[in-house]
Design a binder for this molecule. Structure first.
Ligand code: NAD
Length: 333
């Protein structure tokens, strides 16, 4: 019987693994923790390996897998920066990822954040808990259907974001380095990010972090926003200069922001920080800011995503065992 080593499984994922194992008639060996040179021997009798790695996988691991006759590692996330792809290729190890697992989950979250900001849900909740049920301008909402939404990045996620906002009756405009036909069903492309932010009432980011867009959304960029505009970042923290954003909010250059990510979130997310606290002063200022709605990188975190990430990781592993390759391969072999 085919046997797969499954590293780093969270408790909530166990039923998904068990169901996949039964449906595919494949034995699974659950191994605690991520892959390391010290525990890779536990995969020895297996035909394939999958993990959810956020620590480096060193050369020794690929060499051992080759020695055991294992031909791949399936990473259960979109990012695969923890792998040494050259070392993997040298040892004929196929590295795969899960490129798309539920763009709808992130898109629906962007809508949720926007509506929370527009309808002042957090403020209303506080006032209501205090017993203050008055209607006052501070909690009066805006109507999405009357607004212009700017979508920056119109790939898998951005396209769905545009479609959903259009469904609310909003005018949707967008910018992408490589515009695509599908997105034009829902939005009108502009020639630059600046053109979008000048016109939009809501600006939502859905681009990957690259060397070119580090701190692209800085104080100078926020100066070009409408003072009534809201900013949503469900992409990557490094695209936003947090200092510049806080200054822009304090000076009233924009109205508010919902951020699912922060540029130096690494040590804090997803971790229970209740005992240890947050050492990072900039992060703490962001968390305390009354105009920022912060969430800990959970836009993707839905039932569907959790299920898809595990199933696609296991499917890719089996695909390599059966066919010698997978459509989700990220390195050359
Ligand atoms: P995708 O590759 O399908 O789409 C990205 C789009 O951005 C592409 O159309 C590309 O042409 C465009 N692009 C790239 N660089 C650009 C730039 N500098 N300016 C303008 N456009 C640019 O990716 P996706 O699946 O839609 O994901 C988008 C991003 O969302 C990911 O890279 C990731 O950072 C983020 N993400 C966040 C979460 C979360 O939970 N918060 C989960 C998944 C993905």
């Amino acid at each position: 019987m085919t046997k797969i080593a499954v590293y780093q499984v969270r408790e909530e994922e166990l039923p998904i693994v068990k169901k996949w194992s039964k449906d595919n008639n494949v034995e699974v060996k659950i191994i605690d923790g991520q892959i390391t040179p010290q525990n890779i021997h536990l995969a020895k009798e297996c035909d394939g390996v999958t993990t959810s790695q956020n620590t480096k996988v060193p050369t020794e691991v690929y060499e051992k897998l080759k020695e055991y006759g294992i031909k791949q590692i399936a990473q259960r996330s979109a990012g695969y920066d923890y792998y040494d792809l050259d070392a993997a290729t040298k040892n004929n190890i196929i590295i795969s990822n899960v490129p798309v697992y539920s763009p709808e989950s992130i898109a629906e979250f962007a809508i949720t954040q926007t509506l929370m900001l527009l309808r002042k849900v957090n403020k209303i909740e506080v006032k209501t808990k205090e017993g203050d049920f008055r209607w006052q301008p501070g909690i009066r909402g805006g109507l999405l259907g009357e607004m212009t939404v700017g979508v920056i990045g119109t790939g898998h996620i951005g396209r769905i974001v545009a479609k959903l906002f259009k469904g609310f009756g909003a005018k949707v405009i967008g910018y992408d380095l490589y515009p695509n036909d599908e997105a034009t069903k829902y939005l009108e492309y502009k020639d630059s990010v600046e053109e979008v932010v000048k016109e939009a009432d809501v600006v939502t980011l859905h681009v990957p972090a690259t060397a070119d867009n580090h701190h692209q959304f800085d104080y100078e960029m926020f100066k070009q926003f409408k003072p009534t505009a809201y900013f949503i970042n469900d992409a990557r923290g490094s695209i936003v200069d947090t200092e510049g954003l806080i200054q822009a909010l304090d000076e009233g250059l924009i109205a508010g922001a919902a951020l699912d990510t922060y540029e130096n979130e690494g040590p804090y997310i997803p971790v229970d920080n209740r005992e240890t606290g947050i050492d990072d002063k900039l992060f703490q200022r962001l968390l305390d800011h009354p105009k920022i709605l912060f969430t800990p990188h959970i836009a993707h975190y839905t039932d569907v995503s959790v299920r898809n990430i595990m199933n696609i990781g296991l499917d890719s592993t089996l695909e390599v065992i059966k066919t010698g390759d997978t459509k989700n391969r990220v390195n050359k072999v």
